[in-house]
Design a protein. Structure first.
Lengths: 321, 321
């Protein structure tokens, strides 16, 4: 009884339709193929000299399973680097034509002539993509875990498992951030090509140019050699905060902290602060505390873009084509 | 007044400084087929969008079935079927699936939706094509599918925005007779927008002529034609032999034709004169011209078709009211 009621709610009918459309679309299949390939590639590179990685010289090296995600033999980037690189592309590819293609096909006005709330269009698109993304990323992480289990022959600890799980959640949030940005563009721009390019150019700006710009600023503002330690720390903090406007940087901070338990701070630490510290891995709770601002910022950005898309869309006039 | 289904009270829609719809008041009664007749850009589609709550009026009130479309669009959409101009379907889906989707958005359960969709496909004559993808449908088939899509929610009102554009004459006939049949069977109110007078004349009980955001005239077809016919019913084109004698000026000809009763205007065109008259005066004109020693090259009598009247009406614009 309950089931039949939920199924007949237009919201979930639309979500179902969006999911089936997404997983059958070529662009999604291509992106998944790409992600799967890189996942396999990075898994291969991390396993090929895994014995090197787990000699037990540092605190991180007790976490074999986390190594699977972060280690690389140098021939190919590791899994997290790939995710931080391909995740945005995946998000953009799933969202860039979500609203404007419906408008161009003339289906938007037909669907909106049905007794459904207008925000269902945006909400269902986002929900459907999020469901697909979550399945994809959780599946990938668990696949890597499974392979690791076969190769290593030991089960992951609860701590490792939780870290990997949270890492997957953070990846989903990161991709959702880009997804919402591209949904916003798809509401804003009538042409799908324009919205795709807008999304990709922002992504390129942050992956390539933003670092260059911050470096330029850093060079210009760098204090002279003989200044107090305090000032150097302040300067470092300032540059880092600049870097944190880059969503990719936030993601990298968050994931490396989660997957490298020995990381104790994301900012500069003075020698005074580190004196007496035992080089021990942080417990999961502490690592989480460390990345909380990053994750919150990513979620905040996601919601912000969604809100803008929402206000743009809700009172717009829907012409047939 | 009691059975009025669509009510517009002093509705104005502005786009910046431009008034797309200007102080429109209109009432459509239950079971009526109302034709909204006007050239492109007259504000017909904007009016329809306001009826569906897909855009907001700048001033005035829009009510459908006693419900305010601007504040309660969902309730309106439950009762109103809207066929947009150039309707879009999900091209990768079969016609039947497109219908089922709409049915389910209207709250039908899967079994009922399928049954209803099949029935309607039969009804609009697409039962043999129901499993074909809509991307491969012809324009006429899409329009018929659109009508089925509108009917699947058992509407009280259907609004058709230029439903016949781009369909061949036979398809138009079928579509129009289907509309009349539906009205007769279910007492559905139909609002039919078009720029084609012949089609409107064929099916509509009442017509409103809409130009530049204003309703110029409204009423039964016969009444309207009477109103329109006050200004010239016949157009006589008079060609004179230029070799024989110099062609007279407009004024000269006008004075020549003075004695004839019913001449309304004389215009000189490039090679001939265009004479408008309220009755058939061709023989009298010929006589008068010959008497004045002009040689008649040709005399062409045109009875104003409805189209011509319609064109004239729009050329004259507001001055005719």
């Amino acid at each position: 009884m309950y089931k039949s009621q939920t199924v007949s709610n237009p919201f979930w009918i639309m979500v179902g339709k969006e999911i089936s459309d997404t997983v059958r679309s070529w662009k999604f299949l291509i992106m998944v193929g790409l992600v799967l390939l890189t996942c396999l590639g990075s898994l291969y590179t991390s396993l090929s000299d895994f014995t090197e990685a787990i000699k037990g010289a540092s605190a991180d090296e007790d976490f074999f399973f986390l190594k699977l995600f972060t280690h690389s033999d140098g021939s190919m980037p590791s899994y997290i680097v790939f995710v931080s690189f391909l995740g945005p592309l995946l998000g953009i590819s799933m969202g860039f034509d979500s609203v404007n293609s419906e408008q161009n096909k003339g289906t938007l006005s037909r669907v909106l002539a049905q007794p459904i709330y207008r925000d269902y269009i945006l909400n269902t698109k986002f929900t459907a993509s999020l469901i697909v993304l979550s399945s994809l990323f959780l599946a990938l992480s668990f696949l890597v875990l499974g392979f690791g289990l076969i190769f290593l022959g030991i089960p992951p600890t609860a701590d490792e498992f939780l870290r990997i799980f949270i890492f997957s959640i953070v990846s989903i949030v990161y991709v959702a951030f880009w997804l919402n940005l591209s949904i916003l563009f798809s509401v804003k721009f009538r042409q799908t090509a324009t919205s795709a390019l807008a999304g990709i150019s922002i992504w390129l700006f942050f992956t390539i140019f933003y670092n260059i710009i911050v470096n330029l600023i850093a060079k210009g503002l760098a204090p002279v050699r003989f200044v107090s330690e305090n000032q150097v720390v302040k300067f470092q903090g300032f540059i880092q905060n600049l870097m944190r406007f880059n969503p990719g940087q936030l993601f990298n901070d968050a994931t490396t902290t989660l997957l490298r338990p020995s990381i104790r701070s994301l900012g500069p630490l003075t020698t005074e602060q580190t004196i007496g510290a035992i080089p021990n891995p942080l417990p999961l709770g502490q690592s989480l505390m460390l990345v909380w601002p990053q994750v919150t910022a990513l979620i905040g950005g996601t919601i912000l873009f969604f809100a803008i898309a929402y206000t743009l869309f809700m009172r717009r006039e829907i012409r047939s084509r | 007044m009691d059975d009025s289904v669509i009510q517009l009270n002093n509705v104005t829609k502005k786009y910046g400084g431009f008034k797309a719809v200007n102080q429109l008041s209109l009432t459509i009664n239950k079971g009526e087929i109302f034709g909204l007749l006007g050239p492109n850009g007259a504000g017909k589609s904007t009016t329809i969008l306001m009826l569906m709550g897909l855009t907001e009026p700048s001033e005035g009130r829009v009510q459908v079935c006693g419900i305010n479309s601007t504040t309660h669009p969902i309730e309106v959409k439950r009762k109103v079927g809207y066929l947009p101009e150039d309707v879009g379907f999900y091209d990768d889906w079969s016609g039947l699936d497109n219908l089922i989707y709409t049915a389910r958005l209207n709250g039908l359960n899967p079994q009922d939706a399928k049954k209803k969709a099949n029935d309607l496909m039969e009804r609009v004559g697409l039962s043999t094509q129901k499993d074909k993808k809509t991307g491969k449908y012809s324009k006429g088939m899409r329009q018929r599918l659109g009508l089925a899509d509108v009917l699947i929610k058992n509407p009280e009102v259907i609004i058709l925005d230029e439903p016949t554009t781009g369909i061949d004459p036979k398809g138009v006939q079928e579509l129009l007779s289907l509309i009349v049949e539906l009205r007769n069977e279910h007492n559905i109110t139909v609002l039919f927008s078009s720029h084609n007078l012949h089609q409107v004349q064929q099916v509509c009980d009442r017509v409103g002529i809409f130009v530049e955001g204003k309703l110029l005239a409204e009423g039964k077809i016969e009444e309207l034609s009477k109103k329109l016919f006050t200004h010239g019913m016949y157009l006589i084109e008079l060609g004179l032999d230029t070799d024989h004698k110099k062609v007279p000026d407009k004024e000269v000809l006008q004075s020549l034709l003075e004695p004839l009763d019913g001449i309304q205007s004389v215009k000189k065109e490039q090679e001939h004169f265009a004479i408008e008259c309220s009755s058939d005066l061709s023989s009298g004109i010929a006589q008068a011209v010959m008497n004045a020693d002009y040689k008649l090259n040709y005399l062409n009598k045109k009875e104003y078709g409805l189209d011509a009247i319609y064109n004239r009406y729009f050329e004259g614009g507001l001055s005719h009211v």
